[in-house]
Design a protein around this ligand. Structure first.
Ligand code: LLP
Length: 425
């Protein structure tokens, strides 16, 4: 009998066919490595949807945007910077369906000007956005992001629905929002909901039914329904896989009922971020010290929460493997260790639960100079990094067809102070 497939083995020697040792020799550490084939395979799972719109906030490196664009995926932008990135990666501002959509709860002034200058369509998450857009583009079109009054999320900080969430137009105020749009002659052409979904199909059915209910309240000007993102990816061996076909079936059934009522087609969009890039990304980091603290063993590595903030922010779990081939790995045993980074802050620990409770996890016995791979780090990894402790941003590498491409060079200490100045005495 074939052994059960292990998603997250304790040792891993290559990424996308390229030896980790070669990646480290060429690019150093800490380095993010993305496996193009895994992103492409995830995109293929959404074939049934009319439009796949990548929530680039998950990973907006230009090479990733270019890769998803070549696969026919459109893009979401939440800032002037993200519109700029989308354009640099080859997306045009206009087209049907819109290649770039701006989704937010506010227009900061830069975003508003860029949206207007480029003609990027907007998905409004507050009445003020409707007003500010309507004043500048009377007679235009908008879509509305609705907060349905309930939510779902893996952490309080990422739950995106309900009355404690700042996102979207409150469901009970939908008619007011439509009146406000009318005042400016704006047509509401789409309904969008992103509440973080989970894998619970009863919940998903509720989300879809709610979206359709909102579309009916707006009326037949609605031509797109967006299911938002929020599809979970496995971070642990035992995490379930989402059944995308079943997910589509729920939305498709409700969309068809809506088409019947309206007498015209309604496009179904999905807006995944994490689902496309999380599993494709790994953070390579070198062990620089190992030490005992009473009963705990620590592996201290050269990446910290400046590179990957999810553990300290949400207590998120990331699988950790040692870069070794299977033969060498077989000679080592697992030991429970705490994995921490270089920052002068005790919370700089990759193995922690929400609330900052440090835990130890089984990692293969390792020595200083060996490489740990922190996995499932391709979404909300690099993009949430900081320069805390004056640490330069890591390098980013894309592995495609067995070749490694540097897609963002490591920052230098000179980069860190660019733009700073000391006032003359
Ligand atoms: N659409 C909208 C409007 C969103 O706000 C988001 C994520 C997405 C789509 C994509 O969601 P995804 O498919 O990636 O779950 N930093 C947190 C996640 C924050 C998500 C913010 N909005 C983390 O590291 O888990």
């Amino acid at each position: 009998m074939a052994p059960p497939e292990v998603r997250f083995p304790a040792a891993r020697s290559a990424i996308g066919g390229v030896p980790i040792a070669d990646l480290v020799a060429a690019f150093g550490t800490p380095t993010y490595v993305y496996d193009a084939a895994r992103i492409e395979a995830q995109i293929d799972r959404f074939k049934a949807f009319d439009t796949v719109r990548y929530a680039q906030k998950a990973n907006s490196n230009l090479a990733i945007l270019d890769l998803v664009r070549r696969k026919g995926v459109l893009v979401d932008a939440v800032s002037a910077g993200e519109i700029h990135r989308a354009e640099l990666a080859g997306y045009s501002a206009s087209g049907k369906p819109a290649p770039i959509v701006f989704t937010a709860d506010i227009f900061d002034r830069d975003s508003l000007e860029m949206v207007l200058d480029r003609g990027v369509p907007v998905n409004c998450g507050s009445p003020d956005m409707i007003d500010q857009y309507g004043e500048r583009v009377p007679g235009g079109e908008i879509t509305l992001r609705i907060n349905p009054g309930f939510g779902h999320g893996h952490s309080r900080k990422t739950n995106t629905g309900g009355e404690h969430s700042k996102h979207g137009i409150w469901h009970a105020n939908l008619e007011d929002a439509v009146m406000l749009a009318d005042k400016h002659g704006l047509r509401v052409t789409g309904i969008h909901m992103h509440i973080g979904s989970g894998v619970d199909f009863e919940h998903l059915a509720k989300v879809s039914a709610a979206a359709v209910g909102f579309a009916r309240r707006v009326g037949s000007s609605v031509r797109t329904l967006s299911a938002g993102g929020g599809l979970p990816t496995p971070y642990r061996e035992e995490d379930p896989e989402v059944d995308i076909d079943a997910y589509f079936a729920i939305w498709d059934r409700d969309r068809k009922a809506l088409e019947e009522t309206f007498g015209h087609a309604v496009e179904l969009e999905i807006e995944p971020g994490r689902f496309l890039t999380a599993e494709a990304g790994s953070l390579l980091t070198e062990i620089r010290a190992t030490k005992k603290m009473g009963s705990n063993t620590f592996y201290l590595v050269d990446a910290g929460f400046n590179n990957l903030a999810r553990p300290i922010l949400y207590g998120s779990h990331h699988p950790i493997s040692l870069a070794l081939d299977a033969e060498e790995a077989a000679k080592r045993s697992l030991r429970k260790v705490v994995v921490g980074g270089p920052l002068c802050e005790s919370g700089d620990i990759f193995t922690q639960d929400e609330g900052g409770i440090v835990r130890s996890e089984p990692v293969l016995e390792a020595r200083v100079g060996e490489i740990l791979t922190i996995e499932c780090a391709g979404a909300y990894g690099f993009v949430m990094s900081s320069n805390y402790n004056s640490k330069p941003f890591a390098a980013e590498v894309l592995v495609r067809d067995g070749n490694a491409h540097l897609v963002r060079r490591r920052e230098t200490v000179e980069d860190l102070v660019r733009g700073e100045s000391i006032p003359e005495a």
